[in-house]
Every structure is written in structure tokens, then in C-alpha cells.
Design a protein around this ligand. Structure first.
Ligand code: FE2
Length: 249
């Protein structure tokens, strides 16, 4: 469990200045405690909402993204409260599982955080992050990202890479009824978000259509360095997969 936020982490959000975190703040200990309370409430909300997920988007995914985002945030500008809350809530209602509503996650996050008593500025900022972090297709135009979204997006993408990324890929593919692999199904490099989200391929193709592209699309130096290692592990896995497929080992 995290310790209470320091004054520096809670430095006043208006007007927004991404370099302000790490300087002497003015919020009181009771404000820090109430912010910590909102974090606890958010953890519980995410846990309750996502505890039955078996697609790799369960609450442990949200918690890993939170931990990864806070790690990246040690060397990047951004409001750490916004980063933590947005990371926890980023998949609270994913369009892939809610009938295709790309904005529902943001609406759910806004309703929850407003009810929890978070200030309006941070609510808006969290909603902005939740609405913009998703992958949109190999050749599709990316969203403009605020500084906190760059960090959360990197942490989310890291959880799609490496050993955990491999496990999540096959869990999601199974949930969607996709074959593990079919050599007759070609890899598709999607040119729009519509094309990407409606595509039904194979789990192994998903590596080439998305996962192996992510290391080139990281926003931060820390994310980039971690993505390189996880990418390498996935490449080794795929080489082995294709060799076993041919019965050669
Ligand atoms: Fe995610």
C-alpha cells in the first residue's frame, strides 16, 4: 500500500504546470489524507468492478499499470494523483467489452471521482487520460496526449508486452473466440481505428498487428527502455512458437 502523498506531490493543480510536482506545496496533511482516501476508494471500485474479468483486463492489470505509471512518473512531469487515478481507472469500462462505447470509461470515471469528492480540475484531467490512452491501429492516427496520458499509456503498453503481455494476448484471443494461430489468416495492418477494432484475426497475428509495434511508440525514455527488453522476450517466444509449429524442436 502506498504511503500518504507528500505536499510536493499534491501541489496545487491550478493553474496547471507539469513541472510543479516535486516543489514545495501548500496543501495540508488533512488534504493529503483525503486524497489518499480517494485512492483507496478507487482501488476498491476497480477491484469490485473488474474482479470477474478473465480477458487480461482484470483489476490486477489496472494495479500493474498504476505501479508502472508511478515508476515512470519518477522522472517525468505530471500530476501524480491524476496519473495514479487515471491508471487505476483506464479500463473501468473498455469499449472492447461494453458494446463499443469509447467514451463510457471516461463517463464512469467522472461519475465515480466526482462522487468521491475529487476536485474538478483533476476529474477533468483523469477523464482526458482515460479517453485517450487506447491503441488505435497500426497505421491509424494517434490521439494528442497530455503529459499524464503519455505516462499511463506507456505503463498500459508495457503490460501488453513481455511474459505478461503474451499471457494477456492469448487470454483475450480466447475470450473473443480467436484461434491461437492459423497460417492461412494474413496479418492485417489496420489503417483506421474502425478497421482495427472490428478485425477478427488470430492471437499470434495480434503480435504483428499491434504488440511488436509498441516499442517504437513509447512516449517516455523509461517506457522505451523497458519496452525494448519486453519486446525482445516476445520475439524469442514467437521464434520458438513458429519453430515448434513446424515440428522442428
Ligand atoms: Fe489497459
Amino acid at each position: 500500500m502506498r504511503e500518504l502523498f507528500s505536499d510536493a506531490e499534491l501541489n496545487g493543480p491550478k493553474p496547471y504546470n507539469p513541472h510543479v510536482c516535486g516543489t514545495k506545496g501548500t496543501e495540508s496533511k488533512s488534504q493529503a489524507e483525503s486524497m489518499q482516501q480517494i485512492i483507496y476508494q478507487t482501488e476498491n471500485f476497480v477491484k469490485t468492478t473488474l474482479h470477474t474479468d478473465s480477458t487480461g483486463h482484470d483489476f490486477y492489470h489496472a494495479f500493474r499499470v498504476r505501479d508502472g505509471a508511478l515508476n515512470i512518473a519518477k522522472t517525468e512531469p505530471g500530476d501524480k494523483v491524476v496519473i495514479e487515478l487515471a491508471a487505476l481507472l483506464h479500463d473501468i469500462s473498455d469499449y472492447k467489452f461494453n458494446g463499443g462505447d469509447e467514451r463510457k470509461g471516461g463517463r464512469v470515471a467522472r461519475a465515480f471521482l466526482t462522487d468521491a469528492g475529487l476536485d474538478e480540475y483533476r476529474v477533468d484531467r483523469v477523464v482526458e487520460v482515460v479517453n485517450t490512452v487506447s491503441f488505435r491501429g497500426a497505421h491509424a492516427e494517434s490521439s494528442h496526449l497530455v503529459s499524464e496520458a503519455k505516462i499511463v499509456q506507456d505503463a498500459d503498453r508495457l503490460d501488453a508486452l513481455g511474459a505478461i503481455g503474451i499471457a494477456r494476448c492469448f487470454a483475450f484471443g480466447g475470450h473473443r473466440g480467436h484461434p491461437i494461430y492459423d497460417p492461412m489468416v494474413p496479418v492485417k495492418m489496420h489503417s483506421s481505428f474502425e478497421e482495427y477494432k472490428n478485425h477478427e484475426g488470430t492471437s499470434v497475428n495480434h503480435f504483428y498487428e499491434k504488440l511488436l509495434l509498441l516499442k517504437m511508440r513509447m512516449n517516455t525514455p523509461t517506457g522505451q527502455a523497458m519496452a525494448e527488453k519486453r519486446h525482445h522476450f516476445m520475439q524469442q517466444f514467437l521464434d520458438r512458437f513458429h519453430t515448434e509449429w513446424k515440428g522442428l524442436v
